[in-house]
Ligand binder design. Structure first.
Ligand code: GCU
Length: 341
């Protein structure tokens, strides 16, 4: 299965290389804009990117052709970020988690229990005064963020052991994203962190290389993890956004007029994705419960929050530049507190 995908990925890359080197194909007068992501074509992110593609093709179709490559066809997220850095592709969607290895500024949004509520999370991420310095901090590395996408709340799920408290994680191998903050979080919670790319998780679960993982509800259905994992525990440890990044040289080459159209395109992408997210998560929960027989658990979050709290202090101590953003987030938290309990 993975092998097959690799072959598809290689042939997609080969056609990308062919198009880049020779401009071959009937569209050779037009500049092809390639966007990669790691979700399926049913996912809100793909729907948002399709809306972006349609808008750009409609507005600027005489000059550009946007192509969206789903399902890791262009590689894992880390590989796609590297391709975007060099300009081999133009855009990709990367989880905020993996971006912290490209710029430490992204660590802030990887902190567990950072946001008091979904409202606080959305307001922070929509506040450009807060996000701009972070989104532009990778300019020298060749890419910048153009918008963020909702990726819900991350929770633990396991093959056969319900997680009611952090003590239940002891001795379990849990897949985390390839981010030092996430590895540290897992250590604090007592589980054994097993970092790997998203595309590897299903096979790792199925072959008992790991005992569980953590993600939003879409992973259960869209990625089939709920076929293997029967317990999903709402500890609500993180709201980690997905970030759409673009190649700086490409974006700087746009005319002012084109840039305005692209900006509008990013807004459309974000609006469509966010709207789709709400209905997709509801549908995923229903499918997981009714068709995959996943049991949803609602543990007391307090022991999880307490176990993770040293991470806030250590990240801020190692990176004091994040303090002012952290303080601003606390103001949003006070304004949009948790509605639970
Ligand atoms: C979510 C997120 C992805 C990320 C994945 C993961 O699905 O939207 O961007 O890659 O989690 O856990 O790796």
């Amino acid at each position: 299965m993975r092998h097959k995908r690799k072959v598809v990925a290689l042939s997609a890359l080969a056609s990308v290389a062919c198009l880049m080197l020779s401009g071959c194909g009937s569209e050779n007068e037009k500049r092809i804009i390639r966007i990669g992501h790691n979700q399926s074509t049913n996912h809100p992110t793909h729907k948002g990117l399709t809306a972006f593609k349609d808008y750009i093709n409609e507005q600027l179709g005489d000059k550009y052709v946007v192509e969206v490559y789903p399902s890791e066809l262009l590689g894992s997220q880390t590989e796609m970020v590297q391709l975007t850095q060099t300009g081999a592709i133009d855009y990709c969607v990367a989880s905020n988690a993996i971006l912290e290895t490209f710029s430490k500024n992204y660590e802030i949004f990887n902190l567990p229990y950072l946001f008091a509520s979904t409202e606080a999370y959305h307001h922070v991420m929509d506040d450009e005064a807060l996000t701009d310095p972070i989104f532009t901090s990778t300019e020298k590395a060749g890419f910048e963020a153009v918008t963020w996408l909702d990726a819900g709340t991350r929770n633990f799920y396991t093959v056969d052991k319900p997680i009611e408290s952090p003590a239940d994680l002891k001795g379990l191998k849990i897949r985390v994203q390839q981010s030092p903050t996430n590895i540290e979080m897992m250590k604090l919670l007592g589980g054994s962190a097993t970092p790997m790319g998203f595309g590897e998780v299903y096979t790792a679960l199925q072959s008992n290389i790991i005992d569980g993982a953590e993600n939003n509800e879409m992973a259960l259905t869209d990625n089939g993890h709920g076929d293997v994992c029967k317990y999903y525990s709402y500890d609500m440890h993180q709201m980690v956004p997905d970030i759409v990044i673009g190649n700086v040289a490409f974006m700087e080459g746009l005319t002012e007029e084109e840039e305005a159209i692209f900006e509008e395109g990013y807004d459309i992408l974000s609006a469509v994705q966010r709207k789709e997210w709400i209905t997709s998560v509801e549908a995923a929960k229903e499918k997981a419960a009714n068709e995959q027989n996943v049991q949803f658990i609602y543990p007391d979050q307090a022991p999880f929050v307490e176990a993770c709290s040293p991470l806030h202090e250590s990240v801020l101590k190692n990176n004091p530049a994040l303090q002012s953003t952290y303080d601003a987030i606390q103001e949003y938290n006070a304004q949009y507190p948790s509605v639970a309990e």
